[in-house]
Design a binder for this molecule. Structure first.
Ligand SMILES: NC(=O)c1ccc[n+]([C@@H]2O[C@H](COP(=O)([O-])OP(=O)(O)OC[C@H]3O[C@@H](n4cnc5c(N)ncnc54)[C@H](O)[C@@H]3O)[C@@H](O)[C@H]2O)c1
Length: 456
């Protein structure tokens, strides 16, 4: 109850501050400093989206050995998420945080207010559901902020096109932008990449990856209960709704898709796929519970991606590359440690290992922050937006292939006209939800072969 009162008062305070914000936005077209050029050496951080990963990203930022960093503003659309995140972080980092009530913001415009608390060259963390990424990144660019944004960074063709354009703009302005595909910062995978590129695996013939687990995240979503609006339910349960983040396919499979295409050093040119709902029971989310995609690269070789979220089945969470000289394990189980290694044959036989990255491996979630801060402090070129948008687009290409039952090319996906959630930059708490429930309280589902030109 006390916390609610505090937040209400912070909202009121910020209504007043809103006028100052409007004045500050008038500067948005001005050329901005390229690096963190503040009077103090401390990089200030605003967290937008105070959930599990956003809170984790702040832990990584505040733990970076090339600090100092300080959390100075927070924004979320659910007060309890912000309060919970603040409490968790305060237990470990109270001396590295200064987020008084008038720098905590609740609402769909909270991101602007949080970013307005920063100076050009500080860092905004974008860790909301992915659909909001382009809206928030656009404002960060206007404010001259460096950015760390979580994957996926786009969900469909139109948001990908926007993100490519915003990425170019951020490069022009010299902003440093990290994208949370942290496996790219894994030193074991980096060494594997060099070994594959120098020919140790011979010619690459087949790539394959698996993320086969039980129900994950908010996939098991039931009909909306009383006491929450349709919009806020969809935002809260974002894995369940394709508009919000591309569903479980885009949210969970993107890491394996990205690391596998990295090793191939190419993006696939087309995807075909299948999937279905075996045991959804009372759950009404828009996801299938199994997916199989065959991606094709320009040289004709294939990459098979398997996803499953069915309890009681075998679990498998790993990526592989097969070449004429043998097999490489790109990742072994989850994201870290990768235990990257090369075998002389195509079986996982211990005696056939010809190279393995020595254990333990440094944590890539920490490394991605140290790399970003190093670029900020030393004004090194650093912008992962194009690559992040490509990974997001290729992931969406596989998802749309499964959901429509059609072959989808990279160009089809890039030029796809369907914007799953238009006008997100104008969203308020009173806006209608981007997808409307059916009369029975369930949501429109993909129907491959029946609905072929859009996902639902
Ligand atoms: N790199 C990784 O390994 C990794 C791991 C987990 C999640 N993620 C990514 O991080 C993002 C967040 O995932 P999560 O697991 O933390 O989810 P989460 O639900 O725990 O957190 C999301 C937070 O954003 C808030 N939010 C929603 N819309 C908002 C808006 N418009 N403005 C401000 N706040 C808003 C929610 O209330 C919530 O607190 C996703 O893109 C996800 O894919 C990445």
């Amino acid at each position: 109850m006390t916390k609610l009162t505090e937040t209400q008062s912070s909202r009121r305070d910020f209504l007043k501050a809103g006028q100052a914000v409007a004045a500050a936005s008038a500067l948005s077209g001005v050329a901005l400093p390229h690096v963190h050029a503040a009077e103090s050496n401390t990089v200030q951080i605003a967290l937008v989206g105070c959930g599990g990963r956003g809170t984790g990203a702040v832990v990584d930022a505040l733990s970076a050995k090339n600090g100092p960093t300080k959390l100075t503003a927070m924004a979320d659309v659910f007060e309890e998420r912000l309060v919970g995140s603040h409490q968790v972080l305060s237990q470990r980092f109270s001396s590295r945080m200064e987020v008084p009530m008038d720098r905590r913001f609740i609402g769909f415009d909270g991101f602007k207010k949080a970013m307005d608390c920063l100076r050009p060259g500080d860092v905004a963390i974008l860790a909301t559901p992915p659909a909001f990424r382009w809206v928030q990144f656009q404002y960060a660019i206007q404010k001259g902020l460096n950015v760390f944004m979580e994957k996926p960074i786009t969900v469909d063709g139109p948001s990908s096109r926007k993100m490519f354009a915003l990425g170019e703009e951020s490069v022009k302005r010299g902003l440093k932008v990290g994208v949370g595909l942290m496996c790219r910062h894994c030193v074991a995978r980096q060494e594997l990449f060099q070994r594959i590129q120098s020919g140790e695996l011979g010619e690459l013939l087949l790539m394959r990856a698996y993320r086969m687990a039980g129900p994950t995240g908010q996939l098991p979503t039931e009909r909306k209960p009383e006491g929450i609006s349709e919009l806020m339910y969809q935002v809260q349960k974002f894995h369940a709704f394709l508009w919000a983040g591309g569903g479980g396919f885009s949210d969970f499979l993107i890491h394996n898709i990205d690391e596998t295409c990295w090793m191939k050093n190419a993006w696939p040119v087309q995807a075909e796929g299948s999937g279905g709902r075996h045991y959804k029971g009372q759950y009404v989310d828009q996801n299938f519970d199994s997916y199989a995609v065959e991606y094709t690269f320009a040289d004709g070789t294939k990459f098979d991606m398997h996803g499953r979220t069915i309890a009681g089945c075998q679990t498998h969470f790993a990526s592989y590359a097969h070449g004429t000289n043998g097999l490489a394990v790109i990742s072994s189980q989850s994201h870290t440690p990768s235990r990257a290694r090369i075998y002389k044959g195509h079986n996982l036989i211990r005696d056939d290992v010809v190279w393995a990255y020595p254990q333990p491996e440094p944590n890539p979630y920490q490394l991605e922050w140290e790399d970003l801060l190093d670029a900020i402090r030393n004004n090194k070129p650093y912008n992962e937006v194009k690559r992040g948008a490509e990974a997001s687009l290729v992931t969406a290409m596989g998802r749309v292939a499964c959901h429509t039952g059609q072959v989808v090319t990279y160009e089809d996906m890039l030029n796809h006209p369907v914007e799953l959630a238009p006008n997100l930059d104008k969203l308020t708490m009173d806006s209608p939800a981007p997808v409307q429930p059916l009369p029975d309280g369930s949501y429109p589902m993909p129907q491959p072969g029946i609905v072929n030109n859009r996902e639902y």
